[in-house]
Structures are given as C-alpha cells and as structure tokens.
Write a protein that binds this ligand. Structure first.
Ligand code: FEO
Ligand code: CA
Ligand code: CA
Length: 630
C-alpha cells in the first residue's frame, strides 16, 4: 500500500511505513505453511466433523453453518446485510441515536463546534474528543457515567485550515493534544435518547497534558527520569488510548497503544537507541509535536518515550483523582486490559500487543481482591506472563522474571517486548481485544490480520512461522483464538486453545482463506478487533479492516459488528458502520437496554451530512420494544 496517500491510511499502515520490518527468506516459511495448515485443522473448534471436512469444501461448510443457525440460534435479531453507504444500519426492531460526537460540549463554557475550523482550540479540553475508542459504563451513586478513550487525531479534519493539516504553532499542537486522551462524562436517557449531562461534576477530560503518576516496579527508575521529572515518578499525559478495561473495584483502565508516533527529533541525524527501534520510535512523526513542544523531541528528552506505552488506571468516581500509570502491566502497544479473577481471588489482566508478530500477555497479582477491601498494590505487585502456543492445541504462560529473562524487574516493565522475545513467546497476528466469557472459564483474543505472517520477522527479529493460532501466511482476514485455562483457573500457567473463527471469503477462495466453517456468504467479515461479552455469554465482535468491498474483500462491505455464540459457533451481523469508519468501543447501560457503540474515523460526513466535517461518535442502540439488548 505504499502508493497510497498517507492521509488515507489507517494508523497501523502509516506506522508500518515508517519502520518496515526486516526482510527474510521465503522458502522455509512456505514449507512451514504446508505443515501447519494440517495442524490447524486438527485443533479447529467445531468438532471432528469440521476437521474431517477440510477447508476445501466451501459449499458443505456453508450449508452446515446455515442449518446450525436455523436450529440453534440464541440471536434475537434478523441479521443485517452488508452496507457500502455512509450511515449506520441495525436490524429491524432496533434503532440507533447519536450520544456524543467529537466537539460536543462537556462544559457549557466551551465554544459551539465550528465545522469551518474543526472547533475552537481553547475549548479542546472541555469537549468530547476525537476518535472514540474503548469505553466502559459506570454507575456512580445515582449517576450514569461513560468513560471513553480518544485514540488519535486526524489533523486534516481537526485543523482543516492548515496546509495538509500539519500543526503550524504551539497552539495547534495544544489543540491536538487536548483532543486526545480520555473523556469521563455523565450521560442520561431522556425522550430524545441518551445525551451528555453538560456540566456534571463528574465530567472530566484527561489529555496529553494531564498530570499522572507512575507506580509499580519501574517507578523512579533512571530510564523514566527527565529534567522535568528528576524522580521518574510523575508523568504528563496519556497517549494513543486504544482499548480499555474495568477493574473489579470499579476503576477504568486506559491502554496506551501507538505511543511511538508522538515522539520525534528536530535533529534529523539523531541516532536512535536500540530500544526505540523495537517500539517504532523514529525521527519523523505525523503530528510534529517535537517542533513546537520540546518534551516530544527525543534528541533533547531521550527518556520521554519510555514513559509511555502503559496501562493507566483512572477513577471515574473522583474527578480530582490522579491517574496512575501501572508499570507492572508492561510497556507494549497495549490494545485492551481485560480483567478476570483467579479462583483464589488474585487479579488477572489479559493484554495484547497490537503489532505484527508481537505477543499476548497476562498479569497475575500476588495479592487477592476482596470486595470492599484495599486494592492498593494489586496492579503493582505481581507476575507478568507471555503466551506460548503449541501446535497440538496446548499452551503455556511463560513468566517474565529476572531468572527467565536476565533483565531486572524495572527493565522487564519498560522493555517488555525484549523480555518476551528472550523467553521464546509465540509471535501473533496482531493481538487486539481480549474478552473473558462471564459464563464459562475461557478467554478470546482477536488476531486482526498480519500481512507479514510467514514473510518477515517482527521488529525484534523473531521469526513469524505459519502455525498454531496463526495458521495462514500473509493473513489478510484475521481470526479469533480462544483458550481454556487448566483447572478452570485464569491464574493457571497451562491452557488448551482452539480457534473460534477464522475470518475469510468463501465467495472468493476455496482454501483456508475461505475462512472456518462458521463463516459464510451471509456473515463474512475481515479484521476482527474490538470484542466484549454481554451478560448472556454472547461475544460481540467489531471490525477494523478493509472496506473496499472489492477483490478479496468483495461481499464484505463496510466495517461491522457481529455477534458470535461460543456454544454453537454461529456468527451473525448485527450492525454496519459508515464507510471509512471502524467500529470500536462497546459497553452497555446498567439496565442492559442500551448498547453504546463507537464509530471511529468515518470518511464521509457522518453524522451531520454533506458540507460538514466527519465526526467520530458514540451511538446508542436500543430495541424498539425496550427489551434487553445485552
Ligand atoms: Fe487501536 Fe489495535 O487498535
Ligand atoms: Ca483496535
Ligand atoms: Ca485495528
């Protein structure tokens, strides 16, 4: 995709262009591919019948899934068709409304949104930010609160009067910095749907400039010290907030993903430290912060990027609280942080590192959670593990300790990718969201796609052979891997795994790229990304992929949200998104009658129509009969 205009690229595509992974040989990978596809068939999740069928018989796979859907569906909707237009579609009997769009006021003293300027710069930290992503719903006393990430900015849209959207002043940079981060906002449901409660005492914006603290093993380490923070314990801002999580004690976890993109050098000859290369920190940036805000100039503040890439804990019930960067959860390109409890009450946090050939992690606390008890230290004191998958359907969690890595504990927390490489973890097809089933002891991870699978190593030089849960070379469709912890305990270091679905296109391909048996012409999709379970144990799947509706993606239309049944394998399309957008972020109201869904980076002028700027938005989806939706 190097011939494309960079403005049209997804964030990941742009990031890849800046730092192409090293080339490698092809022959070994081809041999490995052939061997591993057979291994994949042996562990596919649909019983002996599916395994015996093979992936070559697309017609029989299609009919088997359709028959299953007709007899066993738990879905209370008629699936929607694909779409290629610029609005949202939901099933008959459901409606959707806008809750909040970029530029909407959180406080009445913010300026009205102006489509000509992309909004008032001075109001940028008092409005709903750009590019909505992971979110969680909280009940605080009588108040209902959504806490939601604003992952990145689209400078051409946010600074429409600037040449190429590039910041030309510190004021422009401040505007972009304030449009990102996190929103905490009270919402209320009235006759015209769910709306922001403007001026609620709980409303808050957390941005690239908000003071926060470091905790855990890396806090105070030399690698986190700067001239402005000689103790290495205070941070300003949280960056590229992608997925999210919710702790058992009711706080919000926001996850720093492509943090590397904000740090650049005014000195073009600056020699990048080795660890910068693994994390994709380079001289050139998309936002030009470093030209106007010295903190982001790596030639002057070499440790600043080492202070980003963490999971940050925020208390939505206390607008005066200081967010905490939890270094024990590692420094990676964090997607989300999915919490679970071990049988003995220890806290588990599952986390993916979303880059081609990076790894899947879990943190296990040393202390145990007790409702109403102190939670101090639970996310600071524990063991970080990384997943190793075996081709026979088993797997293990490898502890990242001083003994296994040869690194100190703070180094493991700051250079987590290198620690995971040292123990031989399995390189994955871009781990996005992880979701834990509330009604069964199992977890799911969306492996969104990986064009480099079997082609080239990851940024650290680890090979990416075809096999295990990453069974397809040049994987353009993605899959969802599922694991079952031994002894029904998320703290156990052993597990069994299978694939819940391999996305694909059975109308175009007759081989493994057709997808698994539960993919058919009526539900096909590519690039699973966001995921969450509802209270019934149904898996909601959001996509962030190719929406050209052409070639390998013909018949898949715009990005979409589907619902999967872990018991039957059935998958049905519930929602289609406006062209150009991805569907990301999902939570439910406390009464389970509303699903809140994020629509990020629409390319057409959604939701306001022609002549207006496209605005990333949260929508509320409800049933017309007011019945439960989640
Ligand atoms: Fe921000 Fe990996 O998605
Ligand atoms: Ca994502
Ligand atoms: Ca994605």
């Amino acid at each position: 995709m190097t011939d494309r205009n960079t403005d049209d690229m997804s964030f990941d595509e742009w990031d890849e262009l800046q730092r192409p992974a090293p080339e490698t040989t092809g022959f070994d990978a081809v041999v490995e591919t052939a061997l591993s596809r057979r291994g994949f068939l042996g562990v596919l999740a649909f019983g002996s019948g599916a395994a015996a069928m093979g992936l070559g018989s697309a017609a029989s796979l299609l009919s088997s899934t359709s028959a299953e859907a007709m007899t066993a569906s738990r879905f209370a909707f008629k699936p929607v068709d694909i779409a290629t237009d610029s609005i949202v579609h939901v099933p008959e009997g459901y409606t959707w409304d806008i809750v909040a769009s970029w530029g909407d006021k959180l406080f009445s003293n913010a300026a009205d949104f102006d489509h000509a300027t992309g909004g008032d710069a001075a109001s940028a930290d008092r409005i709903f930010g750009e590019n909505t992503d992971g979110m969680e719903f909280f009940t605080v006393g009588e108040r209902q609160v959504i806490t939601v990430n604003h992952e990145y900015v689209n400078p051409k849209i946010n600074l429409p009067k600037n040449d190429g959207g590039m910041p030309a002043s510190l004021e422009d940079v401040r505007k972009l910095q304030n449009l990102q981060g996190v929103t905490v906002m009270e919402v209320a449901e009235g006759d015209d749907g769910w709306k922001i409660v403007v001026d609620s005492p709980l409303n808050r914006r957390i941005t690239h400039l908000t003071p926060m603290t470091f905790s855990g093993p890396a806090a105070g380490h030399d690698l986190l010290k700067t001239d402005a923070d000689p103790e290495g314990t205070q941070s300003l801002g949280t960056f590229n907030n992608c997925g999210a999580g919710k702790t058992p004690w009711g706080t919000y976890l926001t996850c720093e993903e492509n943090f590397n993109s904000y740090f650049g050098s005014t000195d073009a000859g600056f020699e990048l430290p080795e660890d910068f290369k693994r994390y994709g920190i380079s001289v050139e940036t998309r936002y030009a912060y470093e030209k106007f805000d010295e903190r982001f100039d790596i030639s002057k503040n070499v440790n600043e990027p080492r202070r980003a890439g963490y999971v940050v804990e925020i208390n939505p019930a206390d607008p005066e609280s200081t967010p905490v960067k939890r270094t024990a959860l590692g420094r990676i390109k964090h997607e989300n942080a999915e919490c679970a409890l071990a049988r003995d009450g220890r806290v588990i946090v599952y986390m993916g590192d979303d880059e081609r050939g990076e790894f899947l992690y879990k943190f296990v606390s040393n202390g145990t959670y007790q409702a109403g008890g102190s939670t101090d230290g639970l996310l600071d004191d524990g063991i970080l593990y990384v997943a190793k998958f075996h081709d026979d359907g088993t797997g293990e969690w490898l502890a990242l300790t001083e003994g296994t890595t040869g690194m100190s504990l703070p180094e493991i927390c700051i250079f987590t990718r290198m620690a995971a490489s040292r123990v031989g973890a399995t390189t994955m097809d871009r781990p996005e969201w992880i979701a834990v089933n509330p009604v069964a002891v199992e977890a799911y991870c969306a492996l969104t796609n990986n064009k480099n699978r079997g082609v080239k190593p990851n940024a650290g030089g680890d090979e990416t052979p075809v096999g295990g849960p990453n069974p397809r070379e040049k994987n353009e469709y993605g899959q969802i891997v599922r694991w079952y912890p031994e002894n029904d305990d998320h703290a156990d270091t052993k597990f069994k795994w299978d694939l819940f679905v391999m996305a694909g296109n059975p109308a175009v391909h007759k081989d493994a790229y057709a997808g698994s048996p539960n993919v058919n012409a009526g539900n096909m999709f590519n690039s699973p990304d966001g995921m969450a379970f509802d209270t019934r144990g149904l898996l909601w799947i959001q996509t962030d992929g190719e929406d050209s509706n052409e070639g390998d993606f013909a018949g898949q239309g715009n990005n979409q949200m589907l619902i999967g049944d872990p018991v039957t394998g059935e998958i049905a399309r519930f929602l289609t998104a406006p062209i150009g957008s991805e569907v990301t972020g999902l939570c439910w109201s406390a009464d389970l009658r509303t699903a809140f869904v994020g629509i990020q980076h629409p390319s057409a002028p959604f939701p306001d129509g022609e002549g207006k700027l496209p605005r990333s938005s949260i929508i509320a989806v409800r049933r017309d009969d007011k019945a439960l939706i989640g």
